[in-house]
Design a protein around this ligand. Structure first.
Ligand code: SF4
Ligand code: SF4
Length: 508
């Protein structure tokens, strides 16, 4: 990987032992687009050059082993698909698209499933909602049904919160969340009534950025209106948005307005540049997180760029709004590819945004430069731990005594970042950051905002609330803005981002 910051080889080797080079325990299996014409398929000149099977014209899985007759274009990073018996032998079916008109063919992934049910036992929604059939059904079983005949997608796909915990749980690298996203996209496009309350509500929740941009023109008025009881009552009765939650306040000045008024970057350093993907929430609701990012990175000598950007697509994936997500992804990828061309790596302060750019974009869209964007994207603390000696910097920090109850978001776990905040602040005198366990917070972005899901959301979050209250600190900490909402909602605690503690410790 080229990152532009390898000062003397790989800094992760000598400065931060134990921190994965890419911050991931394991590269998730990514199944690429099914190219109709073999000539369209990009060929890696290094891995293919010496391959006798490829030279003979046979399709090869990326792990370097024969895919056993699988259609060309299927890729299985880092492993060979299990065949699961004769009836699941890829040689026994025709090479046609499973989802009519779909760009992806995930049959190879469904054949890797050997029904161990690890994914089902890891699913927080299945644990509390008896009507939800779980990830095994939503993923490999639906894909198998699609192969036999043109089955409709089961409506329960919309009950999946897209927490993506099942991806981590699967020992066979079945691309579960990719299957769910594809199936949900097809269900919403072809089976969901476009005039139904559910569709309208989900479209509104997915396009938070659109409404936040309008509300931020007059934030005081917007905060007043959204705080009214009648607004919440109407929201629940007409749209099915729960009235149990407080709408988040809009900041008086967005992050981008602050950045413009500040005059942009105060450090120029063409050799160490980062492009900040702030996402919607840091821009419209918590600009203090974005400001902390800029100040911390500038204190290490980085030049910060703030490229044009739209929503990462996270709430759109969760609601099957793939056309909306693709539109936003096109802008983001074009803009971020240009930043990479200027020598920058991409830094996100929200772990769902970084996961979206790293995993969901290349899994779901075929856009020019998308793999470069995925390869160059990092979460903010992760990147500093790879490239800087954070332990030494924090060892000299003078911070007032404080204690935090830390929750690792599910999407941070997917990137191998579950322990990063605990480890980073471990040696800081007078600071305690206590892990409140590995449960899901329950809100999963828009899931906990749906009236019919609110009780499930709180039931899933109960363990986290209990552990937060048992922890020493009465301030929460997490990298995900909607987990922060849920932590605050369930305990009444103020919640901060690790970047804010870094700013307090390292920036004068
Ligand atoms: S993404 Fe989360 S909610 Fe959806 S099936 Fe997987 S574990 Fe369950
Ligand atoms: S964890 Fe993986 S292999 Fe096991 S049932 Fe789920 S999808 Fe299949």
């Amino acid at each position: 990987m080229t990152d532009g910051h390898d000062h003397d080889g790989d800094p992760s080797d000598d400065r931060t032992p134990g921190v994965p080079r890419l911050g991931r325990d394991e590269q998730p299996a990514v199944y690429g687009p099914d190219y109709d014409d073999a000539a369209e398929r990009p060929v890696d000149p290094v891995s293919r050059a010496d391959c006798p099977t490829e030279a003979a014209g046979e399709p090869v899985a990326d792990g370097g082993e024969s895919a056993g007759g699988a259609p060309s274009g299927l890729q299985a990073d880092g492993g060979t698909a299990a065949t699961g018996g004769d009836d699941l032998d890829p040689a026994n079916y025709d090479a046609v698209d499973v989802f009519d008109g779909g760009a992806l063919d995930l049959r190879d992934g469904s054949d890797s499933c050997y029904k161990c049910t690890s994914c089902d036992t890891s699913c927080p929604v299945a644990e509390v909602d008896d009507s939800f059939p779980g990830p095994k059904f939503q993923g490999p079983e639906q894909w198998r049904l699609k192969r036999k005949e043109d089955h409709d997608i089961d409506a329960s796909i919309t009950d999946c919160s897209n927490c993506m915990r099942c991806d981590d749980a699967c020992p066979s690298s079945v691309p579960l969340s990719q299957m769910h996203n594809e199936a949900r996209g097809e269900f919403v496009a072809e089976q969901m009534a476009k005039l139904s309350t559910e569709y309208v509500r989900n479209r509104i929740l997915s396009n938070y950025r659109f409404f936040a941009a309008i509300a931020s023109k007059t934030p005081r008025l917007a905060n007043f209106v959204t705080g009214l009881g009648v607004t919440k009552w109407v929201g629940e009765k007409l749209l099915g948005i729960t009235s149990e939650r407080e709408f988040p306040d809009f900041a008086q000045q967005t992050f981008r307005e602050w950045w413009r008024d500040r005059g942009g970057a105060r450090v120029e350093n063409p050799d160490e540049r980062v492009a900040y993907f702030h996402g919607c929430y840091s821009n419209y609701n918590t600009p203090e997180v974005g400001k902390a990012m800029v100040r911390v990175y500038e204190s290490f000598g980085y030049e910060v760029m703030v490229p044009p950007q739209k929503c990462s697509g996270t709430p759109m994936f969760a609601n099957g709004m793939l056309d909306d997500a693709r539109r936003h992804a096109e802008t983001n990828v074009e803009s971020l590819v240009a930043a990479i061309g200027d020598g920058a790596d991409i830094i996100a302060s929200c772990t769902s945004c970084s996961l979206s750019l790293r995993q969901e974009y290349p899994e779901l869209f075929d856009l020019h430069g998308i793999d470069d964007v995925a390869e160059h994207t990092f979460e903010a603390l992760e990147y500093l731990r790879i490239h800087e000696d954070i332990d030494a910097a924090l060892a000299d920090a003078d911070v007032d005594e404080r204690a935090f109850a830390y929750h690792a978001p599910c999407h941070a776990r997917n990137q191998g970042l579950a322990r990063q905040a605990i480890e980073a602040f471990d040696a800081v005198e007078d600071v305690t950051v206590e892990d409140v366990g590995d449960s899901c917070s329950g809100i999963s972005g828009t899931y906990g905002w749906k009236a019919e899901k609110y009780d499930y959301s709180m039931e899933i979050g109960a363990e986290m609330f209990e552990h937060m209250e048992a922890a020493e600190g009465e301030v929460g900490m997490t990298e995900c803005p909607t987990c922060a909402m849920q932590m605050e909602h369930g305990t009444g605690y103020e919640v901060q981002h690790p970047l804010q503690l870094l700013e307090a410790a390292l920036v004068d």
